[in-house]
Design a protein around this ligand. Sequence first.
Ligand SMILES: [Zn+2]
Length: 277
Amino acid sequence: MWFDMKKYLIIGFAFLISSCSLIQFGGYNPPTKDELLSNSAYKWQKDSTDNFNYYYDPITMSQEYVDSAKIYFERNYPKLLKFLGIKEYRNKLNLFMVESRPKMKNIIGMETNGIANAKDNTVYSLFNANVKTYGMHEFCHVISINEWGGMYKEIWLSEGLAVNSDNIWWGFELHALANYLQHKGKLIPLAELVEKFHDYNNFISYPECGSIVKYLNEKYGIELIRELWKNGSIVFENKLHKSIKSIEEEWLQEINKHDYTAINYGEKIFALYGEKL
Ligand SMILES: [Zn+2]
C-alpha cells in the first residue's frame, strides 16, 4: 500500500511551528506561484488533490512527506472551513514544500518555517527531518484574509486564530499548555500582546494567543472573533462591556481547570532549539 498510516501519524504528530512570518514582515510579500514557477533556477514537480496543488523538488523532497501532505491537507481542509464559518472556498490552494531554511531564503528572500502569500492562495512551508509543517496555520491566514474582508486589525488575534485552526501547539492541548505557562510564570499580559505582539518570545506568545482565542470562541462564538478581526480589541468594551483585563481574568479561570502535569514543553524547546523557556 502506498500509504502507511503509522508513518503518517508519526509524521503528522511531529509538526512543529515556532512562529510564522506572515505578520512580522508586514508589507513583505513572498513571490506568487507563477513567479516562482517561471524561475528556471528551480525544478518543481506538481501534484494535486481536490483543493490543493503541491509543488516540490522530487530530488530533494521525500516522497513520503508529499504523500502524507496529500492526505493531511485534504482531511483537515473541511475542518478549517467549518472552523472559520465558511461554506465554500472558491480558490485552489498552493503549497510549496521546501526542504531547508537556506532554500527558503533563496526562494522568498528570508529564512522562515512558513509564510503565506494570501492574495495568491500560496503557502511556502518547510518539510525536513526536524520540521514538518503539517498544520493548517498558514492556510488559516490565507482563507481568513480572503474571506473575512481583508487584513486583520491586530496580530495577536490573527495568530491566535491560526494556532486554533490546528487546535494544538507542539502536540499540546492549548488550555493545558497555557496553564503550564502560567505556573511557570511565563504568561504575557493580554494588553501587552495586543500592543506589541512581536516584542515577546514566540514560544509563549503563539500558544498563549491560541488559548485565548480558543476560550473566546468557546465562550462567545466565532462571530465575536470575526468582530475582533475586523475592529480589534476595542470590541471587548463595545460589545461585551468588559475591559481587556477582565477578559484576561475570565480566561485565566478557564485555563486553571486544565491539567498541565504531563506537559514537557520547556524540555522540548531546549532539545530542539537549545533555548530555555
Ligand atoms: Zn501565523
